[in-house]
Design a protein around this ligand. Structure first.
Ligand SMILES: C[S@@+](CC[C@H](N)C(=O)[O-])C[C@H]1O[C@@H](n2cnc3c(N)ncnc32)[C@H](O)[C@@H]1O
Length: 189
């Protein structure tokens, strides 16, 4: 079995190493709820997860996946809104981690996808909402037009983040065919 092989696996290994019981995290694109459930399990019942998606079908899918015996955990806040408005729900310097798994809902309408303007606004706000020592994970799929725009924008924007405040790392499978997704991990100092 592969340990890595793609950015989702690398993401999971890194997040497992970083998150622990009681932490507060953001899933900025809950989609079908796989990442939300993964984060909930890691932070445990003393932690807290905010999960955004602007499609109600995605919020419903996330709720269904995260229910335990038909009940939603009280430490999960599902928010059907754009992540560009996250500052209306989350205060500055409260997050231990934030996750942006960009793109469209798997199995859903591919035309409904994250867009560079809202992604840019949301990431700026998420960086403000991170605590010192917090990590922001961005998974970006440059195999479709919106994803190409996001990739180009983020590569420039994140490269220019001040080194005194942030460390930025790229995970890129450079020998894989096609356009495999890339991940940036940003640590707030
Ligand atoms: C690749 S999917 C996320 C996969 C998900 N994390 C999972 O585990 O299943 C991307 C999601 O981003 C959502 N999305 C697109 N634009 C958004 C926005 N501005 N605010 C919040 N969610 C958005 C889409 O509706 C879609 O469900």
């Amino acid at each position: 079995m592969k340990t890595f092989g793609n950015v989702v696996n690398v993401f999971r290994v890194l997040v497992k190493g970083h998150l622990s019981s009681g932490m507060t995290v953001l899933d900025a694109t809950s989609g079908n709820g796989h990442d939300t459930l993964f984060l909930l399990d890691l932070v445990g019942e003393n932690g807290f997860v905010y999960a955004f998606d602007y499609q109600s079908t995605a919020i419903e899918a996330t709720a269904t996946r995260c229910m335990h015996n038909g009940v939603l955990p009280t430490n999960l806040k599902l928010i059907c809104d754009s992540h560009a408005n996250l500052d209306q729900y989350i205060e500055s310097e409260t997050l231990d981690a934030a996750v942006f798994n960009l793109g469209y809902l798997p199995g859903g309408d591919k035309a409904i996808t994250t867009k560079v303007e809202s992604t840019a606004a949301a990431i700026e706000k998420a960086l403000m909402a991170l605590k010192s020592g917090g990590l922001l994970y961005i998974l970006c799929y440059a195999g479709h037009p919106s994803g190409v725009e996001e990739y180009r924008y983020l590569q420039l924007k994140l490269s220019a983040l001040p080194q005194r405040t942030f460390d930025v790392m790229t995970v890129d499978f450079i020998n894989q065919a096609g356009k495999p997704p890339v991940m940036w991990v940003i640590e707030k100092k």
